[in-house]
Write a protein that binds this ligand. Sequence first.
Ligand code: AMP
Ligand code: MG
Length: 342
Amino acid sequence: MTSGTSRQLHPPPGGGGKEKGHGTLRLPPDAAGIARAAEMVRAGGLVAMPTETVYGLAADATSPDAVARIYAAKGRPSFNPLIVHLPDIETARHLARFSPEAEALAASFWPGPLTLVVPPGPQHGLAPAVTAGLPTVALRVPAHPVARALIAAAGRPLAAPSANPSGRISPTTADHVLEGLSGRIEAVIDAGPCPVGIESTILAVTETGVRLLRPGGISPETIREKTGIELLGPQGKAVLAPGMLHSHYAPHAPLRLDVTAPPPGAVHVGFGPDRPGELTLSAEGDLAEAARNLFAVLRVADERAARRGAVITVAPIPRRGVGIAINDRLARAAAPREAPES
Ligand code: AMP
Ligand code: MG
């Protein structure tokens, strides 16, 4: 699948795709594009799909070979488990054990940007590499209509980490996906920018309570309001969520947070009317808009910083609502570089 030759031998049905890069198709988010993508996934291929959070790199979660290809395409360490994307809660109940708290969380937030880490059932049928050896499995029912259509058409659970090389900035457009993975995956379904723009909130549902593993699109306040569940915070240094504690989302340039007086030459990213910058996450100071813009703005800031040999500085972002997740991603983008995660 390295050249245009295979494309000529197997043209997409209905003219459903344009080639970009070395053999990676850009598919439209219509019935023909989704059918073609589902065919690729059923054949063990890798297809980047839009979700409400970020673009995910989807593969058949029941196929060891397909799952191995996800790790290889991303350069993802084998100890970093994958989130499994499902059509509905009924399917989730077949794969895993759902406590009353898990049921309440799923009822309130699925479909949506919430991932539940739960004990797998005895006959889950998932490839072992999906859980990276952990005794739990991460499940999500996404809301994006194109992701939902692909999951339905593929007819199997889809493992789908963010569609970026491991440790780099997550993709919120099809162009971002192709910048990082062109030639390494079969296709990307292009449905424009992702509406939430930041990855799912991950909760571990345990016997002693519900623990926040990764802040995301759904805030702890919203979870409390809708379910009455009070979240336990991240647990010491124990790596419950392997992607959590390391440098991540890393731009190439150094990045500094909570900067109110940027040094001369810095690529400054503002927030709100009182803190403008050369770039801004939201001129109006809207946190949802800032989440939507975050990864695209970081990419532009990184290009400019590289050209100018400059640092990236970011204005303070309020630590409430989705601002908690924005600060989490910025802190990891600013963290000293270690072994990459994704
Ligand atoms: P990504 O899909 O790239 O956003 O990464 C998925 C993240 O989900 C991983 O990096 C882990 O932090 C988390 N995760 C997936 N499965 C589990 C699990 N069984 N237990 C804890 N965390 C998990
Ligand atoms: Mg990721």
